[in-house]
Design a protein around this ligand. Structure first.
Ligand code: OXD
Ligand code: MN
Length: 587
Protein backbone atom coordinates (compact mmCIF):
# COMPACT_ATOMS: atom_id res chain seq x y z
CA UNK A 1 0.00 0.00 0.00
CA UNK A 2 1.23 3.50 -0.79
CA UNK A 3 2.24 6.04 1.83
CA UNK A 4 0.89 8.84 -0.36
CA UNK A 5 -1.67 10.69 1.73
CA UNK A 6 -3.57 12.05 -1.30
CA UNK A 7 -3.99 8.55 -2.73
CA UNK A 8 -5.10 7.12 0.61
CA UNK A 9 -7.58 9.95 1.14
CA UNK A 10 -9.12 9.40 -2.29
CA UNK A 11 -9.26 5.60 -1.84
CA UNK A 12 -10.98 6.04 1.54
CA UNK A 13 -13.51 8.36 -0.07
CA UNK A 14 -14.20 5.80 -2.84
CA UNK A 15 -14.56 3.04 -0.24
CA UNK A 16 -17.10 5.07 1.72
CA UNK A 17 -19.04 5.74 -1.47
CA UNK A 18 -18.95 2.29 -3.13
CA UNK A 19 -19.28 0.31 0.14
CA UNK A 20 -17.42 -2.86 -0.88
CA UNK A 21 -17.24 -5.78 1.54
CA UNK A 22 -13.49 -5.85 1.21
CA UNK A 23 -10.61 -3.90 -0.25
CA UNK A 24 -7.43 -5.31 -1.87
CA UNK A 25 -4.37 -3.31 -2.94
CA UNK A 26 -2.87 -4.76 -6.10
CA UNK A 27 0.91 -5.05 -6.28
CA UNK A 28 1.04 -7.13 -9.45
CA UNK A 29 2.89 -10.03 -7.79
CA UNK A 30 2.54 -13.44 -9.43
CA UNK A 31 1.05 -14.91 -6.25
CA UNK A 32 -1.60 -12.20 -6.02
CA UNK A 33 -2.59 -12.51 -9.68
CA UNK A 34 -2.76 -16.32 -9.32
CA UNK A 35 -5.20 -15.93 -6.44
CA UNK A 36 -7.37 -13.58 -8.50
CA UNK A 37 -7.36 -15.94 -11.48
CA UNK A 38 -8.40 -18.83 -9.24
CA UNK A 39 -11.28 -16.73 -7.94
CA UNK A 40 -12.34 -15.72 -11.45
CA UNK A 41 -12.21 -19.35 -12.60
CA UNK A 42 -14.33 -20.42 -9.65
CA UNK A 43 -17.09 -17.93 -10.40
CA UNK A 44 -17.01 -18.32 -14.20
CA UNK A 45 -15.60 -14.90 -15.04
CA UNK A 46 -12.70 -16.73 -16.65
CA UNK A 47 -12.72 -20.10 -18.40
CA UNK A 48 -9.61 -22.30 -18.25
CA UNK A 49 -8.04 -23.40 -21.54
CA UNK A 50 -5.80 -26.23 -22.67
CA UNK A 51 -2.70 -25.81 -20.51
CA UNK A 52 -0.40 -27.48 -23.06
CA UNK A 53 -1.59 -25.68 -26.16
CA UNK A 54 -2.41 -22.31 -24.60
CA UNK A 55 -0.41 -22.05 -21.35
CA UNK A 56 -1.48 -19.22 -19.08
CA UNK A 57 -4.40 -18.32 -21.38
CA UNK A 58 -8.03 -17.74 -20.35
CA UNK A 59 -11.33 -17.03 -22.04
CA UNK A 60 -13.78 -14.41 -20.85
CA UNK A 61 -17.30 -13.81 -22.18
CA UNK A 62 -18.62 -10.32 -21.70
CA UNK A 63 -22.24 -9.33 -21.31
CA UNK A 64 -23.84 -9.27 -24.75
CA UNK A 65 -24.56 -5.55 -24.55
CA UNK A 66 -20.98 -4.74 -23.61
CA UNK A 67 -18.70 -5.61 -26.52
CA UNK A 68 -17.25 -2.32 -27.82
CA UNK A 69 -16.48 1.26 -26.84
CA UNK A 70 -19.68 3.19 -26.13
CA UNK A 71 -18.94 6.55 -27.72
CA UNK A 72 -22.45 7.85 -27.10
CA UNK A 73 -21.95 7.23 -23.38
CA UNK A 74 -18.50 8.81 -23.24
CA UNK A 75 -18.26 12.37 -21.96
CA UNK A 76 -15.65 15.07 -21.55
CA UNK A 77 -16.65 17.10 -18.52
CA UNK A 78 -15.03 20.53 -18.55
CA UNK A 79 -16.27 23.73 -16.94
CA UNK A 80 -16.80 25.36 -20.34
CA UNK A 81 -18.53 23.43 -23.12
CA UNK A 82 -16.34 25.01 -25.79
CA UNK A 83 -13.26 23.41 -24.18
CA UNK A 84 -14.62 19.94 -24.99
CA UNK A 85 -15.40 20.98 -28.55
CA UNK A 86 -17.81 19.62 -31.16
CA UNK A 87 -15.76 16.41 -31.32
CA UNK A 88 -16.89 15.35 -27.83
CA UNK A 89 -20.06 14.78 -25.86
CA UNK A 90 -19.93 17.43 -23.18
CA UNK A 91 -21.48 17.69 -19.73
CA UNK A 92 -20.52 19.97 -16.88
CA UNK A 93 -18.41 18.35 -14.13
CA UNK A 94 -21.02 19.35 -11.55
CA UNK A 95 -23.86 17.66 -13.44
CA UNK A 96 -21.94 14.43 -13.98
CA UNK A 97 -20.52 14.19 -10.45
CA UNK A 98 -24.08 14.65 -9.19
CA UNK A 99 -25.50 12.12 -11.61
CA UNK A 100 -22.84 9.46 -11.09
CA UNK A 101 -22.38 9.71 -7.31
CA UNK A 102 -25.71 7.94 -6.58
CA UNK A 103 -24.82 5.27 -9.17
CA UNK A 104 -21.51 4.54 -7.41
CA UNK A 105 -23.19 4.72 -4.00
CA UNK A 106 -23.18 1.13 -2.73
CA UNK A 107 -22.25 -0.21 -6.21
CA UNK A 108 -19.65 -2.57 -4.70
CA UNK A 109 -21.78 -4.01 -1.91
CA UNK A 110 -21.09 -7.74 -1.62
CA UNK A 111 -17.96 -7.33 -3.75
CA UNK A 112 -14.28 -6.59 -3.37
CA UNK A 113 -12.83 -3.22 -4.28
CA UNK A 114 -9.45 -3.55 -5.98
CA UNK A 115 -7.03 -0.64 -5.94
CA UNK A 116 -4.58 -0.82 -8.83
CA UNK A 117 -1.64 1.64 -8.89
CA UNK A 118 -0.24 1.58 -12.43
CA UNK A 119 2.33 3.30 -14.58
CA UNK A 120 1.94 4.29 -18.22
CA UNK A 121 5.36 4.05 -19.87
CA UNK A 122 8.55 2.38 -18.63
CA UNK A 123 8.77 2.94 -14.87
CA UNK A 124 12.13 4.74 -15.16
CA UNK A 125 11.02 6.91 -18.09
CA UNK A 126 10.81 10.69 -17.71
CA UNK A 127 7.75 10.39 -20.07
CA UNK A 128 5.92 8.01 -17.70
CA UNK A 129 2.77 8.95 -15.81
CA UNK A 130 1.01 7.30 -12.91
CA UNK A 131 -2.56 6.35 -12.32
CA UNK A 132 -4.62 4.48 -9.77
CA UNK A 133 -7.67 2.51 -10.90
CA UNK A 134 -10.30 1.47 -8.41
CA UNK A 135 -12.49 -1.32 -9.75
CA UNK A 136 -14.85 -4.09 -8.69
CA UNK A 137 -13.86 -6.35 -11.59
CA UNK A 138 -11.18 -9.06 -11.42
CA UNK A 139 -11.23 -9.15 -15.24
CA UNK A 140 -10.26 -5.48 -15.25
CA UNK A 141 -7.47 -6.04 -12.70
CA UNK A 142 -6.02 -8.94 -14.69
CA UNK A 143 -6.21 -6.96 -17.95
CA UNK A 144 -4.64 -3.88 -16.34
CA UNK A 145 -1.81 -6.08 -15.06
CA UNK A 146 -1.06 -6.97 -18.70
CA UNK A 147 -1.72 -3.62 -20.38
CA UNK A 148 0.08 -1.37 -17.88
CA UNK A 149 3.00 -1.64 -15.48
CA UNK A 150 1.72 -2.78 -12.08
CA UNK A 151 4.47 -3.48 -9.53
CA UNK A 152 5.99 -2.45 -6.19
CA UNK A 153 8.23 -0.03 -8.17
CA UNK A 154 5.11 1.83 -9.26
CA UNK A 155 3.93 2.08 -5.65
CA UNK A 156 7.35 3.48 -4.68
CA UNK A 157 6.99 6.16 -7.37
CA UNK A 158 3.47 6.95 -6.25
CA UNK A 159 4.76 7.59 -2.72
CA UNK A 160 6.70 10.53 -4.11
CA UNK A 161 4.22 12.41 -6.28
CA UNK A 162 0.69 13.79 -6.28
CA UNK A 163 0.62 13.79 -10.08
CA UNK A 164 -1.57 10.75 -10.66
CA UNK A 165 -4.81 10.11 -12.53
CA UNK A 166 -7.72 8.97 -10.36
CA UNK A 167 -9.71 6.28 -12.17
CA UNK A 168 -12.91 5.08 -10.54
CA UNK A 169 -14.55 2.09 -12.24
CA UNK A 170 -17.46 -0.10 -11.25
CA UNK A 171 -19.05 -2.68 -13.48
CA UNK A 172 -22.05 -2.30 -11.18
CA UNK A 173 -24.98 -4.09 -12.95
CA UNK A 174 -23.68 -3.55 -16.52
CA UNK A 175 -26.93 -1.65 -17.04
CA UNK A 176 -26.59 -0.09 -20.48
CA UNK A 177 -29.01 2.71 -19.59
CA UNK A 178 -26.82 3.73 -16.69
CA UNK A 179 -23.51 3.32 -18.52
CA UNK A 180 -21.25 6.38 -18.39
CA UNK A 181 -17.59 6.89 -19.19
CA UNK A 182 -16.81 10.38 -17.90
CA UNK A 183 -13.54 12.25 -18.07
CA UNK A 184 -12.75 15.22 -15.87
CA UNK A 185 -9.54 16.58 -17.42
CA UNK A 186 -9.48 19.57 -15.06
CA UNK A 187 -9.42 17.14 -12.08
CA UNK A 188 -7.19 14.41 -13.56
CA UNK A 189 -10.10 12.04 -12.98
CA UNK A 190 -12.10 9.35 -14.81
CA UNK A 191 -15.38 7.82 -13.65
CA UNK A 192 -16.64 4.80 -15.56
CA UNK A 193 -19.66 2.74 -14.59
CA UNK A 194 -21.76 -0.16 -15.93
CA UNK A 195 -19.31 -1.45 -18.55
CA UNK A 196 -16.51 -3.99 -18.43
CA UNK A 197 -15.35 -3.54 -22.05
CA UNK A 198 -11.64 -2.76 -22.52
CA UNK A 199 -11.85 0.74 -23.98
CA UNK A 200 -14.50 1.71 -21.40
CA UNK A 201 -13.08 -0.04 -18.34
CA UNK A 202 -9.29 -0.46 -18.62
CA UNK A 203 -8.87 3.14 -17.64
CA UNK A 204 -5.16 3.31 -18.42
CA UNK A 205 -5.84 2.89 -22.13
CA UNK A 206 -8.14 5.22 -24.09
CA UNK A 207 -9.44 7.13 -21.06
CA UNK A 208 -6.06 8.05 -19.56
CA UNK A 209 -3.38 7.46 -22.21
CA UNK A 210 -5.38 9.32 -24.87
CA UNK A 211 -8.23 11.48 -23.54
CA UNK A 212 -6.71 12.73 -20.26
CA UNK A 213 -3.14 12.55 -21.59
CA UNK A 214 -3.96 14.57 -24.73
CA UNK A 215 -5.25 17.31 -22.43
CA UNK A 216 -2.15 17.08 -20.21
CA UNK A 217 0.06 17.04 -23.31
CA UNK A 218 -1.48 20.26 -24.57
CA UNK A 219 -0.77 21.96 -21.21
CA UNK A 220 2.72 20.51 -20.90
CA UNK A 221 3.91 20.76 -24.52
CA UNK A 222 3.93 17.17 -25.74
CA UNK A 223 1.57 14.88 -27.69
CA UNK A 224 -0.56 11.83 -26.86
CA UNK A 225 -1.60 10.11 -30.07
CA UNK A 226 -3.55 7.09 -31.36
CA UNK A 227 -0.46 5.73 -33.11
CA UNK A 228 1.53 2.56 -33.48
CA UNK A 229 5.33 2.84 -33.37
CA UNK A 230 7.63 0.61 -35.44
CA UNK A 231 11.31 0.42 -36.23
CA UNK A 232 12.27 -0.52 -39.79
CA UNK A 233 15.74 -2.02 -40.02
CA UNK A 234 17.46 -1.91 -43.42
CA UNK A 235 20.08 -4.40 -44.66
CA UNK A 236 22.85 -2.12 -43.32
CA UNK A 237 21.37 -2.60 -39.83
CA UNK A 238 20.13 1.00 -39.48
CA UNK A 239 16.74 1.33 -37.79
CA UNK A 240 14.38 4.21 -38.61
CA UNK A 241 11.24 4.68 -36.54
CA UNK A 242 7.81 5.73 -37.75
CA UNK A 243 4.49 6.38 -36.01
CA UNK A 244 1.20 5.67 -37.71
CA UNK A 245 -2.31 6.76 -36.77
CA UNK A 246 -5.24 4.69 -37.99
CA UNK A 247 -8.81 4.54 -36.71
CA UNK A 248 -9.81 1.53 -34.61
CA UNK A 249 -9.77 -1.88 -36.31
CA UNK A 250 -7.93 -0.67 -39.44
CA UNK A 251 -4.98 -3.05 -39.02
CA UNK A 252 -2.69 -1.14 -36.62
CA UNK A 253 -1.72 -4.31 -34.78
CA UNK A 254 -0.93 -6.06 -38.07
CA UNK A 255 1.21 -3.17 -39.30
CA UNK A 256 2.92 -2.94 -35.92
CA UNK A 257 4.03 -6.59 -36.22
CA UNK A 258 4.65 -6.62 -39.98
CA UNK A 259 6.66 -9.49 -41.42
CA UNK A 260 8.72 -8.38 -44.43
CA UNK A 261 7.88 -10.15 -47.71
CA UNK A 262 10.46 -12.71 -48.74
CA UNK A 263 12.40 -10.46 -51.09
CA UNK A 264 12.83 -7.93 -48.27
CA UNK A 265 13.57 -10.55 -45.62
CA UNK A 266 16.22 -12.09 -47.88
CA UNK A 267 17.92 -8.73 -48.21
CA UNK A 268 17.96 -8.38 -44.43
CA UNK A 269 15.01 -6.08 -43.69
CA UNK A 270 13.37 -6.41 -40.27
CA UNK A 271 10.47 -4.63 -38.62
CA UNK A 272 10.46 -4.08 -34.84
CA UNK A 273 7.32 -3.37 -32.85
CA UNK A 274 7.48 -0.63 -30.21
CA UNK A 275 3.72 -0.19 -29.88
CA UNK A 276 0.46 -0.99 -31.63
CA UNK A 277 -2.01 1.64 -30.43
CA UNK A 278 -0.75 4.65 -28.48
CA UNK A 279 2.31 6.90 -28.70
CA UNK A 280 3.41 9.64 -26.32
CA UNK A 281 5.71 12.02 -28.16
CA UNK A 282 8.09 14.64 -26.83
CA UNK A 283 10.77 16.86 -28.27
CA UNK A 284 14.10 15.50 -27.09
CA UNK A 285 17.25 17.36 -26.08
CA UNK A 286 18.49 16.92 -29.66
CA UNK A 287 15.42 18.76 -30.99
CA UNK A 288 13.93 15.68 -32.62
CA UNK A 289 10.57 14.08 -31.83
CA UNK A 290 10.85 11.00 -29.58
CA UNK A 291 8.12 8.45 -28.86
CA UNK A 292 7.35 5.95 -26.14
CA UNK A 293 4.57 3.41 -26.04
CA UNK A 294 2.82 4.03 -22.70
CA UNK A 295 1.28 0.54 -22.73
CA UNK A 296 2.75 -2.77 -21.66
CA UNK A 297 0.57 -5.11 -23.72
CA UNK A 298 -1.65 -5.38 -26.78
CA UNK A 299 -5.43 -5.27 -26.73
CA UNK A 300 -5.96 -6.45 -30.29
CA UNK A 301 -8.89 -7.39 -32.47
CA UNK A 302 -8.91 -11.21 -32.78
CA UNK A 303 -10.96 -12.04 -35.92
CA UNK A 304 -8.80 -12.09 -39.02
CA UNK A 305 -5.64 -12.85 -37.04
CA UNK A 306 -4.00 -15.85 -38.70
CA UNK A 307 -0.69 -17.30 -39.83
CA UNK A 308 -0.71 -15.13 -42.94
CA UNK A 309 -2.09 -11.79 -41.71
CA UNK A 310 -0.16 -11.62 -38.46
CA UNK A 311 2.00 -14.62 -37.53
CA UNK A 312 3.75 -12.55 -34.85
CA UNK A 313 0.47 -11.81 -33.10
CA UNK A 314 -0.48 -15.48 -33.34
CA UNK A 315 2.82 -16.39 -31.68
CA UNK A 316 2.37 -13.67 -29.03
CA UNK A 317 -1.10 -14.86 -27.99
CA UNK A 318 -0.16 -18.52 -27.52
CA UNK A 319 0.57 -17.90 -23.86
CA UNK A 320 -0.33 -15.61 -20.94
CA UNK A 321 -3.28 -14.13 -22.86
CA UNK A 322 -6.84 -13.25 -21.93
CA UNK A 323 -9.26 -13.77 -24.82
CA UNK A 324 -12.63 -12.07 -24.79
CA UNK A 325 -15.65 -13.23 -26.83
CA UNK A 326 -14.11 -15.84 -29.14
CA UNK A 327 -15.27 -19.45 -29.82
CA UNK A 328 -14.44 -22.16 -27.28
CA UNK A 329 -13.70 -25.60 -28.69
CA UNK A 330 -15.13 -28.20 -26.30
CA UNK A 331 -13.08 -31.03 -27.80
CA UNK A 332 -9.72 -29.79 -26.61
CA UNK A 333 -10.36 -26.55 -24.65
CA UNK A 334 -8.79 -24.41 -27.38
CA UNK A 335 -10.17 -21.40 -29.24
CA UNK A 336 -11.31 -20.43 -32.71
CA UNK A 337 -12.39 -17.24 -34.46
CA UNK A 338 -13.47 -16.16 -37.92
CA UNK A 339 -10.45 -15.85 -40.16
CA UNK A 340 -8.19 -18.14 -38.09
CA UNK A 341 -8.40 -21.10 -40.47
CA UNK A 342 -10.95 -23.05 -42.48
CA UNK A 343 -11.41 -25.59 -39.74
CA UNK A 344 -13.95 -24.28 -37.22
CA UNK A 345 -14.90 -26.65 -34.40
CA UNK A 346 -18.11 -28.63 -34.60
CA UNK A 347 -18.37 -28.75 -30.83
CA UNK A 348 -17.96 -25.07 -30.23
CA UNK A 349 -19.45 -22.59 -27.79
CA UNK A 350 -19.93 -19.18 -29.39
CA UNK A 351 -19.14 -15.81 -27.83
CA UNK A 352 -22.64 -15.67 -26.39
CA UNK A 353 -22.12 -18.97 -24.55
CA UNK A 354 -24.37 -21.05 -26.83
CA UNK A 355 -23.54 -24.36 -28.52
CA UNK A 356 -22.12 -23.57 -31.94
CA UNK A 357 -21.24 -25.85 -34.84
CA UNK A 358 -18.74 -24.09 -37.08
CA UNK A 359 -19.49 -26.47 -39.96
CA UNK A 360 -23.20 -25.66 -40.13
CA UNK A 361 -23.84 -22.41 -38.32
CA UNK A 362 -24.60 -19.29 -40.36
CA UNK A 363 -23.94 -17.02 -37.37
CA UNK A 364 -20.52 -15.76 -36.46
CA UNK A 365 -18.96 -17.69 -33.58
CA UNK A 366 -16.64 -14.92 -32.34
CA UNK A 367 -17.78 -11.34 -31.92
CA UNK A 368 -16.30 -9.11 -34.69
CA UNK A 369 -14.74 -6.98 -31.94
CA UNK A 370 -13.51 -9.93 -29.87
CA UNK A 371 -10.12 -9.17 -28.36
CA UNK A 372 -6.88 -10.55 -27.01
CA UNK A 373 -5.03 -8.96 -24.11
CA UNK A 374 -1.43 -10.07 -24.27
CA UNK A 375 1.94 -8.98 -22.85
CA UNK A 376 4.14 -6.99 -25.24
CA UNK A 377 7.13 -8.93 -23.95
CA UNK A 378 5.77 -12.11 -25.62
CA UNK A 379 5.92 -10.57 -29.10
CA UNK A 380 8.71 -12.18 -31.16
CA UNK A 381 9.49 -8.82 -32.82
CA UNK A 382 9.23 -6.58 -29.77
CA UNK A 383 11.77 -3.80 -30.25
CA UNK A 384 14.95 -3.88 -28.15
CA UNK A 385 14.02 -0.22 -27.48
CA UNK A 386 10.59 -1.08 -26.02
CA UNK A 387 11.76 -0.21 -22.49
CA UNK A 388 14.05 2.66 -23.53
CA UNK A 389 13.23 5.49 -21.10
CA UNK A 390 13.55 8.21 -23.77
CA UNK A 391 11.80 6.19 -26.45
CA UNK A 392 12.77 6.21 -30.10
CA UNK A 393 13.38 9.10 -32.55
CA UNK A 394 10.63 9.47 -35.15
CA UNK A 395 11.48 10.00 -38.84
CA UNK A 396 7.95 9.90 -40.26
CA UNK A 397 4.35 10.20 -39.12
CA UNK A 398 1.79 8.29 -41.17
CA UNK A 399 -1.94 8.90 -41.18
CA UNK A 400 -4.32 6.40 -42.69
CA UNK A 401 -7.98 5.60 -42.97
CA UNK A 402 -10.30 3.09 -44.51
CA UNK A 403 -11.41 4.74 -47.76
CA UNK A 404 -12.84 2.76 -50.66
CA UNK A 405 -12.13 5.41 -53.29
CA UNK A 406 -10.75 8.84 -52.44
CA UNK A 407 -7.31 8.61 -50.85
CA UNK A 408 -4.45 7.18 -52.93
CA UNK A 409 -2.21 4.37 -51.68
CA UNK A 410 0.23 6.93 -50.29
CA UNK A 411 1.01 10.63 -50.49
CA UNK A 412 3.30 12.99 -48.65
CA UNK A 413 2.49 16.37 -47.16
CA UNK A 414 4.57 19.33 -48.37
CA UNK A 415 5.80 20.11 -44.86
CA UNK A 416 4.79 19.52 -41.23
CA UNK A 417 2.09 22.21 -41.16
CA UNK A 418 0.57 20.84 -44.37
CA UNK A 419 0.78 17.44 -42.70
CA UNK A 420 -1.39 18.78 -39.88
CA UNK A 421 -3.92 19.71 -42.56
CA UNK A 422 -3.64 16.21 -44.07
CA UNK A 423 -4.23 14.64 -40.63
CA UNK A 424 -7.13 16.97 -39.90
CA UNK A 425 -9.02 15.95 -43.07
CA UNK A 426 -8.76 12.23 -42.38
CA UNK A 427 -12.01 10.33 -42.62
CA UNK A 428 -12.70 6.66 -42.25
CA UNK A 429 -15.42 4.06 -42.31
CA UNK A 430 -16.60 2.99 -38.85
CA UNK A 431 -15.81 -0.55 -37.65
CA UNK A 432 -16.98 -2.98 -34.97
CA UNK A 433 -14.65 -1.34 -32.41
CA UNK A 434 -17.35 1.16 -31.54
CA UNK A 435 -21.04 0.51 -30.99
CA UNK A 436 -23.31 1.76 -33.79
CA UNK A 437 -23.42 1.26 -37.55
CA UNK A 438 -20.39 -0.23 -39.29
CA UNK A 439 -19.06 1.20 -42.59
CA UNK A 440 -20.27 4.79 -42.23
CA UNK A 441 -17.65 7.32 -43.37
CA UNK A 442 -17.04 9.99 -40.75
CA UNK A 443 -14.31 12.55 -40.14
CA UNK A 444 -11.64 11.11 -37.89
CA UNK A 445 -8.85 13.68 -37.70
CA UNK A 446 -5.53 12.04 -36.80
CA UNK A 447 -7.65 8.95 -35.85
CA UNK A 448 -8.32 10.88 -32.64
CA UNK A 449 -12.00 11.79 -33.07
CA UNK A 450 -13.09 9.41 -30.29
CA UNK A 451 -10.02 10.06 -28.14
CA UNK A 452 -9.11 13.75 -28.09
CA UNK A 453 -9.90 14.99 -24.57
CA UNK A 454 -10.47 18.60 -25.62
CA UNK A 455 -11.60 20.81 -28.48
CA UNK A 456 -10.00 19.50 -31.66
CA UNK A 457 -9.60 23.03 -33.01
CA UNK A 458 -7.18 23.63 -30.11
CA UNK A 459 -5.62 20.23 -30.78
CA UNK A 460 -4.85 21.23 -34.39
CA UNK A 461 -3.35 24.49 -33.08
CA UNK A 462 -1.22 22.43 -30.68
CA UNK A 463 0.03 20.25 -33.56
CA UNK A 464 0.93 23.37 -35.55
CA UNK A 465 2.78 24.76 -32.52
CA UNK A 466 4.70 21.50 -32.08
CA UNK A 467 5.66 21.72 -35.76
CA UNK A 468 7.01 25.22 -35.22
CA UNK A 469 9.04 24.09 -32.21
CA UNK A 470 10.44 21.13 -34.16
CA UNK A 471 11.39 23.29 -37.16
CA UNK A 472 13.86 21.49 -39.42
CA UNK A 473 13.82 18.47 -37.09
CA UNK A 474 10.14 17.80 -37.74
CA UNK A 475 9.30 14.33 -39.06
CA UNK A 476 7.89 14.07 -42.59
CA UNK A 477 4.14 13.44 -42.71
CA UNK A 478 2.37 10.96 -45.02
CA UNK A 479 -1.09 9.59 -45.64
CA UNK A 480 -1.74 5.99 -46.67
CA UNK A 481 -4.83 4.03 -47.68
CA UNK A 482 -4.57 0.25 -47.85
CA UNK A 483 -8.30 -0.07 -48.48
CA UNK A 484 -8.95 1.18 -52.05
CA UNK A 485 -11.41 -1.16 -53.75
CA UNK A 486 -12.17 -1.97 -57.38
CA UNK A 487 -15.66 -1.81 -58.91
CA UNK A 488 -16.47 -5.23 -57.45
CA UNK A 489 -15.54 -4.10 -53.97
CA UNK A 490 -12.28 -6.10 -53.79
CA UNK A 491 -9.25 -4.56 -52.13
CA UNK A 492 -6.68 -3.70 -54.80
CA UNK A 493 -3.58 -3.39 -52.65
CA UNK A 494 -2.56 -6.74 -51.06
CA UNK A 495 -1.73 -5.07 -47.72
CA UNK A 496 -0.18 -6.82 -44.69
CA UNK A 497 3.56 -7.53 -45.18
CA UNK A 498 3.49 -5.92 -48.62
CA UNK A 499 2.87 -2.58 -46.92
CA UNK A 500 6.64 -2.54 -46.36
CA UNK A 501 6.96 -1.53 -50.03
CA UNK A 502 5.11 1.67 -49.22
CA UNK A 503 7.11 2.17 -46.02
CA UNK A 504 10.30 1.85 -48.08
CA UNK A 505 9.17 4.73 -50.31
CA UNK A 506 8.20 6.74 -47.23
CA UNK A 507 11.65 6.32 -45.68
CA UNK A 508 13.32 7.13 -48.99
CA UNK A 509 11.31 10.38 -49.05
CA UNK A 510 12.65 11.18 -45.57
CA UNK A 511 16.11 11.27 -47.17
CA UNK A 512 17.20 13.50 -50.02
CA UNK A 513 17.32 11.45 -53.14
CA UNK A 514 13.87 10.16 -53.99
CA UNK A 515 12.00 12.40 -56.45
CA UNK A 516 8.16 12.46 -56.45
CA UNK A 517 5.22 13.76 -58.46
CA UNK A 518 3.72 17.05 -57.37
CA UNK A 519 -0.09 16.83 -57.24
CA UNK A 520 -2.87 19.03 -55.84
CA UNK A 521 -2.98 17.00 -52.61
CA UNK A 522 0.77 16.57 -52.04
CA UNK A 523 3.68 14.45 -53.29
CA UNK A 524 2.82 11.10 -54.83
CA UNK A 525 5.22 8.30 -55.76
CA UNK A 526 6.15 7.89 -59.37
CA UNK A 527 4.70 4.37 -59.92
CA UNK A 528 8.13 3.03 -60.88
CA UNK A 529 9.43 4.01 -57.44
CA UNK A 530 7.23 1.51 -55.61
CA UNK A 531 9.11 -1.79 -55.54
CA UNK A 532 6.89 -4.29 -57.38
CA UNK A 533 9.37 -7.17 -57.41
CA UNK A 534 7.58 -10.48 -56.74
CA UNK A 535 4.28 -8.70 -56.21
CA UNK A 536 1.09 -10.01 -57.75
CA UNK A 537 -0.21 -6.62 -58.90
CA UNK A 538 -0.12 -5.11 -62.37
CA UNK A 539 1.31 -1.68 -63.07
CA UNK A 540 -2.16 -0.57 -64.23
CA UNK A 541 -3.67 -1.50 -60.90
CA UNK A 542 -0.87 0.30 -59.07
CA UNK A 543 -1.46 3.37 -61.21
CA UNK A 544 -5.18 3.14 -60.38
CA UNK A 545 -4.55 3.32 -56.64
CA UNK A 546 -2.03 6.11 -57.11
CA UNK A 547 -4.57 8.19 -59.01
CA UNK A 548 -6.56 11.12 -57.71
CA UNK A 549 -10.14 11.52 -58.85
CA UNK A 550 -10.69 15.28 -58.93
CA UNK A 551 -14.49 14.99 -58.75
CA UNK A 552 -14.29 12.86 -55.64
CA UNK A 553 -11.77 15.26 -54.11
CA UNK A 554 -13.99 18.24 -54.86
CA UNK A 555 -16.83 16.49 -53.05
CA UNK A 556 -14.36 15.78 -50.25
CA UNK A 557 -13.51 19.48 -50.02
CA UNK A 558 -17.19 20.30 -49.63
CA UNK A 559 -17.58 17.87 -46.73
CA UNK A 560 -14.35 19.08 -45.08
CA UNK A 561 -15.71 22.63 -45.26
CA UNK A 562 -18.79 21.54 -43.39
CA UNK A 563 -16.67 19.67 -40.86
CA UNK A 564 -14.36 22.65 -40.35
CA UNK A 565 -17.39 24.91 -39.83
CA UNK A 566 -18.34 22.87 -36.78
CA UNK A 567 -15.25 24.33 -35.04
CA UNK A 568 -16.26 27.95 -35.75
CA UNK A 569 -13.70 30.68 -35.15
CA UNK A 570 -11.53 28.40 -32.99
CA UNK A 571 -10.18 26.54 -36.02
CA UNK A 572 -6.66 27.77 -36.90
CA UNK A 573 -6.74 30.17 -39.86
CA UNK A 574 -3.96 28.16 -41.49
CA UNK A 575 -6.27 25.16 -41.98
CA UNK A 576 -8.96 27.29 -43.65
CA UNK A 577 -6.31 28.66 -45.99
CA UNK A 578 -4.97 25.21 -46.84
CA UNK A 579 -8.49 24.06 -47.67
CA UNK A 580 -9.03 27.04 -50.00
CA UNK A 581 -5.66 26.37 -51.62
CA UNK A 582 -6.56 22.74 -52.16
CA UNK A 583 -9.87 23.76 -53.70
CA UNK A 584 -8.03 26.10 -56.08
CA UNK A 585 -5.48 23.47 -57.06
CA UNK A 586 -8.24 20.96 -57.85
CA UNK A 587 -9.86 23.33 -60.36
C1 OXD B 1 -8.78 0.06 -29.52
C2 OXD B 1 -9.68 0.98 -30.27
O1 OXD B 1 -9.26 -0.77 -28.75
O2 OXD B 1 -9.15 1.87 -30.96
O3 OXD B 1 -7.56 0.19 -29.69
O4 OXD B 1 -10.90 0.84 -30.19
MN1 MN C 1 -7.04 1.99 -30.79
Amino acid sequence: MTQNFKVKEWVNWAQDLCKPDKMVWIDGSAAQLDTLRAEALADGELIALNADKLPGCYLHRSAQNDVARSEDKTFICTTHEADAGPNNNWKSPKEMYEKLTPLFDGAMRGRTMYVVPFCMGPVDSPFAKLGVEITDSIYVVLNMAIMTRVSPDVVALLDKTDDFVKGLHAKADLDIDKRFICHFPEDNAIWSINSGYGGNALLGKKCFALRIASYQAKQEGWMAEHMLIIGIQNPAGEVKYVCAAFPSACGKTNLAMLIPPEIYANKGYKVWCVGDDIAWLRIGKDGRLWAINPENGFFGVVPGTNAKTNPNALETIRKDTIFTNVVYNEDDATLWWEGLDKNPPENGIDWKGNKWNGKTSTEKGAHPNSRFTTPAANCPVISPEFEAPHGVPISAIIFGGRRAKTAPLVYQARDFAHGVFVGSIMASETTAAQTGAVGVTRPDSMAMKPFCGYNMADYFAHWLEMGEKLGDNAPEIFNVNWFRTDDDGNFIWPGFGENLRVLEWILARCGDDMPAQVTPIGYLPRPADINMEDLDLTMDRLQEILSIDKDLWQAEVASIKEYYQSFGHRLPEYLHNELSNLEERLK
